[in-house]
Design a protein. Structure first.
Length: 155
């Protein structure tokens, strides 16, 4: 009974404890897993916690990345060469959205697009999970808590 009460007290205290944790503490805690959104930078996705605001753009704190530009044709192919790129993306950007569909059997095809201007979010509510609760099917279960992440300015 005492163990149940202690567990219940820990669960009830978790939101207060979680709000006092910094993102560095959460990232360094091997028992926790934060589900950060991934932002598209063309050839790569970058975790939102790696980003900063640079004027009218988002970029990783370390914006230079080496990407593979050619693969060998072997079964265990390897990269033949790399190219260094600078990653940045505008906060205000154009998105294409499908406005008309054509259905052929089980498949649907977009037949008309429209372009809209949108701002990328600079704040996210990030779910944080108990690493031990992650299932073998890749499911994360219920989050322990959620915490706000605001993308900082680059320095």
């Amino acid at each position: 009974m005492k163990a149940i009460l202690i567990s219940l007290a820990m669960i009830l205290a978790m939101p207060a404890f979680a709000n006092s944790m910094t993102w560095d503490q959460i990232r360094s805690d091997t028992k926790l897993l934060a589900s950060f959104p991934q932002i598209n930078f063309g050839p790569l996705l970058v975790s939102a916690d790696e980003l900063c605001v640079d004027g009218a753009n988002l970029r990783p704190h370390n914006p230079y990345r080496d990407i593979c530009v050619g693969m060998t044709a072997e079964e265990n192919s390897t990269c033949k060469g790399y190219k260094r790129i600078y990653l940045e993306t505008p906060i205000r950007h154009t998105e294409n959205q499908c406005v008309a569909w054509e259905y052929l059997g089980d498949a649907a095809y977009c037949t008309q697009y429209t372009s809209t201007e949108k701002d990328r979010p600079l704040s996210y509510l990030v779910d944080v999970y108990d690493f031990a609760s992650i299932g073998s099917d890749g499911g994360n279960g219920q989050p322990l808590f959620s915490k706000s992440l605001t993308i900082p300015s680059c320095n």
